[in-house]
Ligand binder design. Structure first.
Ligand SMILES: [Zn+2]
Length: 306
């Protein structure tokens, strides 16, 4: 039993423009760090399938999926919103990224691996039921969660989103579904300017001021997430693993270090062991400083492997 590492070559072919921080180099940096740390050969490596329309329609409207398919350009770039664009390979990259969440769910819920990390892009947690946003086209974590509920009959799932940006797309999809709890820390006020005033029994939104570091995150996890999760007793834990709250990240202003991502991952493993038979499906979201992303993500994956 090990950790699955799920990716696909097409995740390297989605390019929004030559200098965009959400770049294919992010995937390569993580993989290289895993190889350098001697971790890659300990992982069970899988190639992601594509997500089917049946799987995507559990979380996105059919019209939205149709619109994305129709928008896919033969050449050049098509702008979907202020921050998100599609090139000729973007549709395939996004379909394989959601497909990674499907495969990760199958592997973890069938007991073939202890846990899984989906090393995919574009990210997903800003994509809502019928909208792209913030570099995201399809919401991969939501697609995995919906698959777990539809195919495996899972009744309670917690998503822990430690990306520096609020997981507003995930909230949009699950806010009225009592089976899904979202625990999200995020810099506030900040993009996407949502989440600070929408807390409920299953939407555990914890806005944090700019320049927050270890202490604020540990307080959020221990005093906000932990009691909610202990009440909810999730059967499996999903993670929107964004590494853009790292001190070196150029897009945000938080102060986490590699060590803090070890602490966060250990926290998640502990609650997964307590409530969910250790079952964790983690997916890459943000993280834009390549060396920091490589170190923080490989530290996260190392903890998943232990
Ligand atoms: Zn982010």
């Amino acid at each position: 039993m090990t950790t699955a590492f799920i990716s696909h070559p097409d995740t390297l072919l989605h390019i929004m423009d030559g200098n965009h921080p959400e770049s294919p180099a992010r995937i390569t940096a993580i993989k290289n760090a895993l190889i350098q740390r001697g971790l890659y050969q300990k992982l069970a490596i899988y190639e992601a399938p594509i997500a089917t329309d049946v799987q995507l329609t559990r979380v996105h409207s059919p019209d939205y999926i149709k619109k994305i398919r129709a928008s896919s350009p033969k050449a050049g770039l098509v702008r979907l919103d202020a921050d998100t664009a599609m090139g000729p390979m973007s549709l395939s990259a996004a379909l394989h990224a959601s497909g990674a969440a499907i495969l990760a769910t199958d592997l973890v819920l069938q007991g073939k691996v202890n846990n899984a990390f989906c090393c995919v892009r574009p990210p997903g947690h800003h994509a809502g039921r019928a909208n792209s946003a913030g570099f995201c086209i399809f919401n991969h974590v939501a697609t995995g969660v919906a698959h777990a509920m539809a195919i495996y009959g899972v009744k309670r799932i917690a998503i822990i989103d430690f990306d520096v940006h609020h997981g507003d797309g995930t909230e949009n999809i699950f806010k009225d579904d009592a089976r899904v709890m979202l625990c999200s820390t995020f810099q506030h006020p900040f993009y996407p300017h949502r989440g600070a005033d929408t807390r409920s029994d299953t939407m555990i939104n914890v806005p944090l001021a700019a320049n927050s570091g270890r202490e604020a995150y540990q307080t959020a996890f221990e005093e906000e997430f932990l009691p909610a999760i202990n009440r909810f007793k999730p059967e499996v834990i999903y993670v929107s693993a964004g590494f853009d709250a790292h001190a070196d990240d150029p897009l945000a202003s938080m102060n986490l270090t590699d060590h803090d991502y070890v602490w966060i991952t250990t926290f998640i493993k502990n609650i997964a062991n307590q409530h969910a038979k250790g079952r964790i499906v983690s997916l890459l979201e943000g993280g834009y400083h390549l060396p920091a992303l490589a170190q923080a993500a490989s530290a996260h994956i190392h903890q998943l492997l232990l």
